[in-house]
Design a protein around this ligand. Structure first.
Ligand SMILES: NC(=O)c1ccc[n+]([C@@H]2O[C@H](COP(=O)([O-])OP(=O)(O)OC[C@H]3O[C@@H](n4cnc5c(N)ncnc54)[C@H](OP(=O)(O)O)[C@@H]3O)[C@@H](O)[C@H]2O)c1
Length: 280
């Protein structure tokens, strides 16, 4: 299985699990919990949630899914920018821990940049680390200039990951953000790796369909496998159904060769100049 290494040497499966919109619909709850448990059993360690998702409903559902499996999970949650001041980060983390039924997060991210100075949020993250409430911290939706600014803040270089939009139809980060992070040794966590609801462009693409046929896999598996080819990206597809999770886990073993990647580039060209980071 393809893996990615965090700055502290922790090695993780390059596919994890997202949970946005999970827990919102009671009739899907059972399937969603089963789906997440299937993923853990398939050794997809990363589970990504956020205080924002369903106002805590996603975190509560994750609590149920990881019960008795906590040690097999690398649990990620995110603090809202409106809670990014020093005291508010500490309080928000406690609330997330409570909802998740755990006494530590493996990774705590700033969901996106707001008005609070980065130095203040980083100081709170470092405090939480010192208290053992989080093992590491990172950011989300940071473009290259944001990362550079973070790098110059005290302890900013302790950032473990940047979670951003990345899929076949959104490749802008390949121009400057991925190279910058590669040089610094900070992996990318790719969100919406399956392009979420707006997947028609990928699903109906003849070249991608042809590749799927060649490898006897689904179009989604090609799209997902493509996101992790560099070895520097962990993808976190959200799948509310166990069969989808099984497919996604298998995509971590799918190796696309140079010719395959060239075919994909023809259909979904890489950026040739700076593209501002897209945010969902
Ligand atoms: N940091 C941020 O600002 C940010 C923003 C957006 C998302 N995220 C994170 O990234 C995660 C993933 O993004 P996303 O949920 O927006 O979109 P996504 O993972 O690109 O797409 C999710 C959709 O793909 C379907 N799917 C999953 N696996 C499939 C498969 N093998 N075959 C066919 N369909 C499949 C899911 O259906 P089923 O559910 O029916 O299986 C769901 O409808 C989120 O859940 C969240 O954790 C972070």
């Amino acid at each position: 299985m393809k893996t990615v290494t965090l700055p502290d040497g922790t090695e993780l499966a390059a596919i994890g699990q997202g949970t946005w919109n999970m827990g919102d619909d009671e009739s899907r709850r059972h399937d969603e919990i089963q789906a997440l448990r299937t993923g853990i059993d398939q050794e997809l360690q990363v589970i990504d949630t956020a205080e924002m998702y369903g106002n805590g409903r996603s975190e509560r559902l994750v609590r149920e899914a990881i019960a008795n499996r906590r040690r097999n999970v690398l649990l990620v949650s995110k603090v809202l920018p409106s809670n990014a001041s020093y005291d508010d980060v500490l309080a928000a983390c406690d609330r997330s821990l409570e909802r998740l039924g755990t006494d530590y997060l493996d990774l705590y991210l700033l969901h996106w940049r707001g008005r609070v100075p980065l130095a203040e949020t980083v100081a709170a993250f470092e405090q939480l680390k010192g208290e053992g409430k989080i093992k590491r911290w990172g950011v989300s939706n940071f473009d290259t200039d944001d990362m550079e600014e973070l790098w110059n803040v005290e302890d900013g270089q302790n950032c473990a990951i940047n979670q951003v939009l990345y899929n076949l139809t959104a490749r802008g980060i390949e121009y400057d953000l991925i190279p910058w992070q590669k040089e610094k040794g900070i992996p990318i966590m790719a969100y919406c790796p399956l392009a979420q609801g707006d997947r028609k462009e990928i699903l109906h693409n003849a070249a991608v369909r042809e590749l799927a046929k060649t490898y006897d896999v689904s179009v989604s598996q090609i799209a997902l496998a493509w996101t992790i080819q560099s070895g520097h990206v962990i993808s976190i597809p959200k799948a509310g159904q166990a069969p989808h999770v099984m497919e996604n886990a298998e995509a971590a073993n799918l190796v696309l060769n140079k010719e395959d990647l060239a075919k994909i580039d023809k259909e979904f060209p890489p950026p040739t100049s700076k593209v501002p980071l897209e945010i969902v």
